[in-house]
Design a protein around this ligand. Structure first.
Ligand SMILES: O=C(O)C1=C[C@@H](OP(=O)(O)O)[C@@H](O)[C@H](O)C1
Ligand SMILES: C=C(OP(=O)(O)O)C(=O)O
Length: 408
């Protein structure tokens, strides 16, 4: 489905409830499978959470997790440690290009029976669940934090818990901290100091109800909308000032673009008046890779030069996000340089109108470019990709006065 997206008013007001964080939800679903007395509130309605939930319910045979990276990584560790289960975990064409060797190697060293079905180092995987017997493992941590989180999630269910020694410069650290905090909230003891994670064993946990906070990565698109509009007041729930989600750093970053965040009760209100201060920004996003596309497009809309770095993981996400950003931002007239881990944007004053934005099976390409419609009408190809993390995205955009029309 191609959507034409436009917006005529420059003052925006709205009150939205964004779905639960998919990262928190997917961690809690794995924990609940291991410790059934956990109750979850405000679970995400994203495709990635639905596929993970169904996979856990199915528990054997062929498990297809489509595009969901966390589901792929977390389920590999979960099934590998579940005695007696036999599964083949597969996914979309892109998932079969997303590396998993570091996690599989670590699990194999712990005694797991995992075989590559097609290409070594990539899904699909054939897994026969076994009792794992090694309780200290070294893991390279500069490719994806999801490998670390996957091991942490099963750590407490192993007889002696699990020590993980992290090697290399750790990437996406807040997601490791999120895993630890969720484990602790559930009653599992654990530590993360510098390059060592330790999870204590726990046979059984006290019943607990854990509420998922709404998704901060999804909130990024409203930060971008607020930044691009002349004036805005957008209320979003359920959010907390002290969040487990690293992408809550948005509140700080968007100050550059004149967006203030007010916290009251369980919601935040994004307020924008006047013109942004920044003419150039420079951000290290090694801790929050998922908001790189949003920030780049905000800069494109506002004519702010930017250099974003710490982005080496973007190449192995839903698409090569650095190349995809370069391709699509250049269609609007900007100049973009990319390296292995950095993006430099030189925007133009007058953006090209009527551009067809390709989304490359990447939800964040669709959502990051949509706010640009406040400046110029545009088309978003395969607009339903948003359901990977935020199925109600287009409905919520309409509530803010955006006009979206299906053209195919
Ligand atoms: O653990 C998680 O929930 C996630 C970790 C990050 O991945 P990497 O650690 O691979 O950067 C992030 O990009 C992804 O959307 C969700
Ligand atoms: C990278 C992402 O997800 P995953 O790695 O879980 O597919 C994302 O949601 O931006």
């Amino acid at each position: 489905m191609t959507l034409s997206v436009s917006h005529t008013e420059r003052d925006l007001k709205g009150d939205l409830k964004i779905t639960g964080s998919k990262s928190e939800s997917n961690r809690l679903l794995i924990l609940q499978a291991l410790y059934p007395d956990i109750r979850i509130e405000n679970l995400s309605n994203s495709d990635d959470t639905i596929v993970l939930k169904k996979a856990l319910e199915k528990g054997d045979g062929i498990i297809d997790i489509h595009h969901a990276g966390t589901a792929m990584r977390f389920l590999t560790a979960y099934f590998a440690s579940k005695e007696g289960c036999e599964v083949e975990v597969t996914g979309s064409k892109r998932m079969k290009e997303r590396p998993i060797r570091l996690l599989v190697d670590a699990l194999q060293r712990m005694g797991a029976d995992i075989k590559y079905k097609d290409e070594a180092g990539y899904p699909p995987l054939k897994i026969r669940g076994k009792k794992l017997h090694v309780d200290s493992i070294k893991l390279q941590a500069n490719v994806s934090s999801q490998y670390v989180s996957a091991l942490m999630l099963i750590g407490a269910s192993l007889p002696n818990g699990l020590e993980i020694i992290l090697d290399g410069r750790i990437t996406s650290t807040p997601y490791i901290l999120m895993t630890l905090e969720i484990l602790q909230h559930a009653g599992i003891k654990g530590k993360f100091d510098e390059d060592r994670v330790y999870i204590e064993p726990a046979e059984k946990l006290e019943p607990a109800t854990i509420a998922v906070e709404s998704d901060w990565s999804s909130a990024s698109y409203f930060y971008s909308i607020a930044a691009i509009s002349d004036s805005a007041e957008i209320k979003l729930s359920n959010y907390r000032e002290t969040s487990r989600q690293g992408d809550s750093c948005l509140a700080e970053i968007y100050k550059h673009f004149g967006v203030r965040t007010e916290y009251a009760g369980d919601s935040i209100t994004l307020k924008k008046n006047g013109t942004p201060r920044a003419i150039r920004i420079n951000e290290d996003l090694i801790n929050s890779p998922d908001i790189a596309q949003t920030i780049a497009v905000t800069c494109l809309a506002l004519g702010v030069e930017c250099e974003l770095y710490g982005l080496h993981t973007l190449k192995i996400k839903e698409t090569d996000r650095l190349q995809a950003l370069k391709n699509e931002m250049e269609k609007f007239g900007a100049k973009v340089n990319i390296t292995n881990d950095c993006l430099q944007l030189f925007p133009v004053k007058n953006l090209n109108e009527g551009v067809h934005v390709e989304t490359y099976n990447d939800h964040r390409m669709a959502m990051a470019f949509a706010p640009l419609a406040l400046k110029v009408p545009l088309f978003v190809e395969d607009a339903d990709v948003v359901s990977k993390s935020y199925p109600d995205f287009w409905k919520d955009l309409k509530k803010l006065g955006f006009k979206t029309t299906k053209t195919t």
